[in-house]
Design a protein around this ligand. Sequence first.
Ligand code: A2P
Length: 282
Amino acid sequence: MNFTLNDGNNIPAVGFGVFMIPNDGPTYTATLEALKAGYRHIDTAAAYMNESDVGKAVRDSGLKREEVFITSKLWLQDYGYDNAVKGIDTSLRNLGTEYIDMYLLHQPYGDVAGAWKALEDAKAQGKIKSIGVSNMTPKIWNEFVPKFKTLPAVNQVECNPFFQQKKLRAVLDPLNVRLEAWYPLGHGNNDLLTSPAITAPAQKYGKNAGQVILRFEVQEGFIVLPKSTNPERIKGNLNIFDFSLTDDEMNAIRALDTGKGSHDPEATGVGETLLKNYKIHD
Ligand code: A2P
């Protein structure tokens, strides 16, 4: 299943995330497995340091390049216009591909405006098809995006039934900007997975808790990026299109929202800490 973005491009609703999977083998194997299982959307980032394995797996999969949607992200070290131009070219080289389907500003700190301008120019040159942002709260969005020439196609943020991003959606929805959910399963939070609002429909439809959560999110219009290292669950997390939740079931899950997540992009010093902890080059 695909969603159409505000720039007219299509994006598969479920993507396979490769955060924290090592390069030089494990990411290659996991991506190849995911493509075999039917995933057509892979979500990587320069900072994950595994773009080359993703690119190699896509090339070796037997699929045509245009059959797979690849997302990558610019890291904070490469913000500012000139650095971003180089960062985009490095991602293209590491992925070994002529174009990237979606490229995001990974974090909203530093010279965001300059970095965004480089993404706009790369899009105009055909190096990137769609451009977006990540980890922008309503406050951060309002600080930067009204000054952008191009509206982001997506904002990739933490989102799950315990943290439904209602305030952010009130900003994004009127602009037709899609929300992409990272940690869509609450990062395996057991309270979430065992909540009756989730387990009751799971039992009714013969699905597991994760599948019900992902189905809820896709029905809400979110692009989801579930992570799993378990081959059965990797396959199962894509198998969410043969049932749908009723209005009552949707409302019961909507009621689980606590309004809080694990990551606060507005906390003091987040940008500096990230930059210190993730160095992708000298
Ligand atoms: P595992 O790798 O053993 O499948 P998130 O995507 O929100 O970060 O959540 C990832 C966590 O959720 C992992 O611990 C993963 O464990 C677990 N998980 C993935 N798919 C499912 C599922 N369908 N049901 C329950 N837990 C899942």
